[in-house]
Design a protein. Structure first.
Length: 367
């Protein structure tokens, strides 16, 4: 059949976001299983349970520690999952992506409860899947995003600050990556809609990030804070749902995928931190110097990486070459990833290396 479907995510946000859980979820079932990480379950369980009456929780399970198919297989055989009508996915990106893949695999409705504002996983219809060692494996697509996303701003406010900053870095990349990828493309309606949603997202984040971070540090649930949280989770999520994957990702996410090949980096840096560095590479490579300089100072103001030395690959300029095993591995991984499938021109390793060197020179000029 020649049918195009667009199923969009929905959300509730605020310190009382959990109060309407039953109203929204009850028509999908009366038995739910909660799946998440240890910390995310600890901070959200009481708030979820106190707002349930007709829906019973028949199990609380740990997602396994990695968004891997191995952990999905373990979860789908759990009695609590088999007996549940619905899945409550709690936590950060890897936890929620694991549950989304599980939900699609066993065909059970899913509701998302992000406890961090670090990515858009809780509002998208794809999961970033990893190998058990933490290296990137592939993307797993679902037919639809979570039915509803409950964003409790009080829980977000009490999450580690580093996750929030990383989320800002990730979300701030999407406008620039999208504009680059679609430069020579003729967009159908869904992709046009996605671009209209994202085209000023980075500008708005850069404008409001410092105030939102101040509010975060002061534990103040403000309109500005919730605006930035929604950009991190929802604006970018909407773009992911409406646009082809190749249209809203590019070099920043390609470099992320390459950098996760290096175990020490995969274990010590967050997704948004690596992407924040990658967007500087893209803007440098594409000669968008005015935007590059703006994002450079933005990253500096938030403590996000601006140089390959911040990433931890090269300590000296003489180490920035293809003979550097780690750097070469990251570049190979970036080129091999699908994030560069659609570009206005072909990008190769030499071009990325030159952008890395040029960006280092710019960093040195500002010291």
């Amino acid at each position: 059949m020649n049918i195009k479907n667009l199923i969009l995510p929905n959300y509730s946000i605020g310190i009382d976001a959990y109060k309407n859980i039953e109203e929204i979820c009850i028509n999908y079932g009366k038995k739910a299983v909660i799946i998440g990480g240890e910390k995310s379950i600890f901070v959200s369980k009481e708030s979820i349970l106190k707002n349930l009456n007709k829906i019973k929780i028949n199990g609380i399970l740990h997602y396994g520690g990695e968004a891997s198919y191995e952990n999905v297989d373990i979860l789908k055989n759990k009695k609590e999952v088999k007996e549940a009508d619905i899945i409550f996915a709690v936590g950060g990106g890897k936890s929620i992506d694991t549950s989304k893949t599980l939900s699609e695999t066993i065909n059970k409705p899913l509701f998302a409860f992000p406890t961090l504002a670090s990515n858009c996983a809780s509002a998208t219809s794809l999961s970033v899947m990893y190998n058990q060692d933490g290296s990137f494996k592939d993307l797993f697509h679902q037919k639809k995003p979570p039915i509803h996303t409950f964003i409790n701003s009080d829980i977000i406010l009490n999450s580690p600050e580093r996750y929030f900053i990383a989320g800002i870095g990730d979300a701030a990349s999407k406008q620039y990556e999208t504009e680059f990828s679609i430069r020579n493309e003729n967009l159908d309606y869904n992709n046009f809609l996605g671009y209209q949603i994202i085209k000023n997202c980075s500008n708005d984040i850069i404008k409001n990030a410092v105030q939102s971070l101040n509010d975060f540090r002061n534990k103040k649930s403000s309109d500005i804070l919730e605006r930035v949280i929604l950009h991190i989770i929802y604006t970018t999520g909407l773009t992911s749902v409406t646009m082809k994957d190749d249209y809203h990702i590019s070099l920043a996410h390609a470099m992320y995928n390459g950098l996760t090949k290096i175990k020490s980096i995969a274990e010590n840096l967050f997704h948004g931190e690596m992407v924040a560095y990658g967007i500087l590479l893209l803007l440098t490579l594409d000669n968008k110097i005015e935007d590059r300089d703006k994002v450079f100072y933005f990253n500096k103001s938030l403590g996000l990486p601006t140089s390959i030395k911040d990433i931890g690959i090269a300590n000296k300029e003489k180490d920035i070459n293809f003979n550097n095993e780690y750097l070469n591995s990251a570049l190979e991984g970036a080129i091999a990833a699908k994030d560069l499938n659609i570009s206005p021109y072909k990008i190769n390793k030499d071009m990325i290396l030159k952008a890395i060197i040029d960006l280092e020179d710019y960093n040195n000029s500002k010291r």
